[in-house]
Design a protein around this ligand. Structure first.
Ligand SMILES: *Cc1c(COP(=O)(O)O)cnc(C)c1O
Length: 462
């Protein structure tokens, strides 16, 4: 499989190259040149298989030129062995027709472990083979950073630097980033918000001297390997509710549009998904865009679902690429306009987006009320991101199509909001119960490109 850039000006790459590169050199994001399609029989045959086997069958066409069959199976096995649940992504029933897909049984208790654990293993195998090393820099609103650190800690071919907005991540998230003692792990608390961290990261990638000098690699959700890993659980969940013989819908708490975009690819691969519903908190650029108001940046307002406090959803560019008929020039022009604050979406592209996606926005009060009501009606304690999803899902449920809401984090990762809504203090799973006793190691740093680049250059291993 070849990979192409959403802006049409970067060279085509293999899966391995696209994964190691992250952002394309024309500023675009990589996508497969063609989306592989699974037949209805192939999808039906996934029913009842272990998660790892479904993962292999769904992802194989995307990676086959870069990894061997047995090699890839071993990579998948290693990626998911540290999960605290044999099903990896179990489904729970909330009511007659509404299900929760629990994606928080990985090492950092959020869905990002699904992609990051896989990417860690993929990088290790690819870099070993090339006798190479890289510097991974990631920007995080909380969960990506801890997931990346867990995935790469201790690997000798990689240094990992994580930029997070100082004071804007939960204590559990912060401690998950600052307590690993491995010398290749570097947590950086940036004086700014998540969009500042993400912008600094983009600027580093566009500084080709720096990029080549430190062998910069990205594992943010722009990395196609991340999106790929997330396609799998749409298949596993849908098949366990009767697909391909029955349609299902998904509601996805969304920030950077990476997770829900994986659902879009699953649909294009042949999975009979009826609706894909984008759920946002008060940082609602995606809901506004899908409601026809154009794609215009707002101020990021801190919320109780901080992993969705995003006003520029980097993966939305991928959806735009398809909505604009795979026209890289059109996408490049929109992204230029975004630098001035935003752009309007053409009527044709809006129709195409609306064919695939619905959306909804949830206030802080509604989020808390949904945590309360979900506990009362379904005996499930959910995290605030999941609550945003549940609330939007309820507005988009239909009689005959099951709705699956993605439970993106464990409630213990956001104990303050959960306790406020439910009076229940959500305990950490026992395997990480000493998190609050471990010493922290972090560098507070200015939101300034030169300062950040200097720090990274001085701290990478020789
Ligand atoms: C990252 C994250 C999201 C948003 O996912 P995107 O892929 O950025 O849309 C939602 N919930 C939680 C808990 C997250 O960590």
């Amino acid at each position: 499989m070849k990979y192409i850039s959403t802006r049409g000006q970067a060279p085509e790459l293999t899966f391995e190259e696209a994964m190691l590169t992250g952002l394309a050199r024309d500023g675009g994001l990589y996508l497969p040149a063609e989306i592989p399609v699974m037949s209805q029989d192939e999808i039906a045959a996934l029913a009842g298989l272990p998660y790892e086997e479904i993962a292999f069958r769904v992802m194989w066409p995307y990676v086959s030129g870069s990894f061997g069959e047995d090699e890839f199976k071993e990579i998948i096995a290693r990626a998911y062995q540290g999960f605290g649940h044999d099903a990896r992504a179990p489904l729970k029933q909330l009511n007659e027709n509404h299900f929760l897909l629990e994606l928080f049984h990985g090492p950092t208790l959020a869905f990002k472990d699904f992609a990051m654990q896989l990417i860690g293993q993929l990088f290790q195998v690819a870099l070993k083979r090339r006798n190479d090393r890289v510097t991974i820099v990631g920007a995080t609103s909380g969960d990506t950073g801890s997931a990346a650190i867990e995935a790469f800690r201790g690997l000798d071919a990689v240094d990992v630097f994580i930029l997070y907005p100082h004071g804007r991540v939960s204590e559990v998230q912060r401690r998950q980033m600052t307590t690993p003692a491995d010398s290749n792990v570097h947590a950086l608390a940036v004086d700014g918000d998540f969009d500042d961290c993400q912008a600094a990261l983009k600027d580093m990638f566009n500084d080709f001297d720096f990029r080549d000098g430190v062998k910069l690699a990205g594992v943010n959700s722009i990395n196609f390997a991340r999106v790929l890993a997330q396609i799998v659980y749409y298949f596993s969940a849908a098949v366990s509710l009767g697909a391909p013989h029955r349609k299902v819908s998904f509601t996805v708490p969304t920030g950077n549009f990476g997770d829900i975009f994986a659902g879009y690819l699953a649909k294009r691969m042949g999975l009979p998904i009826d609706r894909l519903v984008v759920a946002t908190n008060q940082n609602d650029i995606l809901h506004r865009s899908l409601s026809g108001e154009g794609y215009f940046k707002g101020e990021t307002i801190p919320s109780i679902s901080p992993s969705m406090d995003i006003q520029v959803s980097s993966n939305f560019e991928r959806a735009l690429f398809y909505a604009y008929g795979e026209d890289g020039n059109a996408v490049a022009q929109l992204m230029d306009e975004l630098k001035q604050g935003g752009f309007n979406i053409s009527q044709g592209a809006m129709e195409s987006l609306r064919e695939a996606f619905d959306s909804g926005r949830v206030s802080e009060e509604e989020t808390l009320a949904t945590i309360t009501s979900t506990l009362a009606h379904s005996a499930e304690l959910v995290c605030p991101h999941t609550a945003v999803g549940i609330k939007v899902a309820e507005k988009h449920q239909s009689q005959d199509v099951p709705m699956i809401t993605l439970a993106t984090a464990h409630p213990a990762k956001f104990p303050a909001a959960v306790e406020k809504a439910s009076d229940v203090h959500p305990p950490l799973p026992s395997r990480m119960s000493d998190l609050y006793e471990r010493p922290e190691r972090v560098t507070r740093i200015a939101n300034d490109l030169g300062t950040l680049e200097d720090h990274i250059k001085r701290h990478i291993a020789e």
